[in-house]
Design a binder for this molecule. Structure first.
Ligand code: ATP
Length: 299
């Protein structure tokens, strides 16, 4: 299985709900940075995971190798849904998506495990059938079943496709230390007690995507978590500034951060941006990518 990372082209965040979740209005784009999962069947009903990490783990971050790994949780949930406790699998993950970087790497692995195990076990469920399971596993998981560009509502889990044209060149700058999603939302609550009950996706962003206009898209990129992420990690403001000085069409924090995202006008421009970010030592790693790409798929 191959499964992409996501970025949020816009991330509108509302006031925390009584269930503890924040209402979101976002546009996701799946980008060409993939984790790979090899899944093989076991006869004894065990579910195991082995991680091979190609990316440097941020300081203070770990990825659980046991029952808490999101790919294992996804396989377990699917098994419950299929009602056969004898189903087992060995899951080997080659991790390329930055961990705790706001790019939904764990959610991606969960989406891939749902699709892969359903195929392996002959579950016969469609992607639409897998959606409620995906939503139970995490807000970003349903989007990663589909990929492309999509509007995310609810707490991010209700996805609908958007009319979009064109391919985009992105540069990502990762940070040496991860940021806890929960900590960023707590900081958001502190900074924005008057956040709206129902955030909205900006029309300018949808128009830019519809037109396939990279310059307009760069202007329209937005993230309501920016202030909260910068408050916890002030140096991210410098990274954003380096990219903007180097001519990025737009620069934002990815989701809850700390990865920062820059839009380039062309492949060559992406290379120039990557060089500028690297030579300013503004990031742990600098990655060029393209989007949109499709969601979890068998390879
Ligand atoms: P998001 O953008 O969805 O907020 P993120 O990209 O910031 O997420 P992830 O890489 O998804 O962060 O990891 C979040 C936490 O989930 C990690 O700290 C890790 O302990 C846990 N986790 C569980 N399973 C996985 C997995 N398969 N891959 C990565 N992280 C996992």
């Amino acid at each position: 299985m191959s499964v992409p990372a996501k970025i949020n082209l816009c991330l509108g965040v509302g006031r925390v709900r009584p269930d503890g979740f924040h209402p979101l209005a976002t546009v996701y784009q799946a980008v060409d940075l993939h984790d790979e999962l090899r899944i093989s069947s076991r006869e004894d009903g065990e579910l195991t995971v082995a991680m091979h990490t190609e990316v440097e783990l941020p300081e203070g971050s770990t990825v659980p190798e046991g029952d808490d790994n999101l790919a294992v949780r996804a396989a377990r949930l699917l098994r419950e849904r299929l009602g056969d406790p004898g189903l087992g699998a060995d899951i080997a993950i080659r991790k390329v998506i930055p961990v705790a970087g706001g790019m939904a790497g764990g959610s991606a692995d969960a989406a891939a495990a749902l699709v892969g195990c359903n195929e392996l076990w002959g579950g016969g469920l469609s992607r639409a059938d897998l959606e409620p399971l995906a939503a139970e596993l995490g807000s970003d998981v349903p989007f990663l079943l589909h990929g492309g560009n999509a509007i995310g509502g609810g707490r991010g889990e209700t996805v609908s496709p958007v009319l979009a044209r064109g391919g985009y060149h992105w540069v990502f700058a990762t940070a040496t230390e991860g940021l806890s999603t929960a900590a960023v939302y707590a900081e958001f609550d502190r900074l924005h007690p008057d956040a709206p009950a129902e955030p909205e996706v900006p029309d300018a962003l949808l128009n830019a995507l519809r037109a396939g206009d990279a310059h307009a898209l760069g202007q329209a990129l937005s993230n309501d978590l920016t202030e909260a992420s910068l408050s916890l990690r002030p140096e991210l403001a410098d990274t954003l500034e380096v990219g903007l000085q180097a001519g990025a069409l737009g620069a934002i924090v990815s989701g809850s951060g700390p990865t920062t995202v820059f839009l380039a006008a062309s492949e060559q421009h992406a290379l120039d941006l990557a060089m500028a970010l690297t030579s300013a030592a503004a990031a742990a790693d600098v990655i060029q990518s393209r989007g949109p790409v499709s969601g979890a798929r068998l390879v």
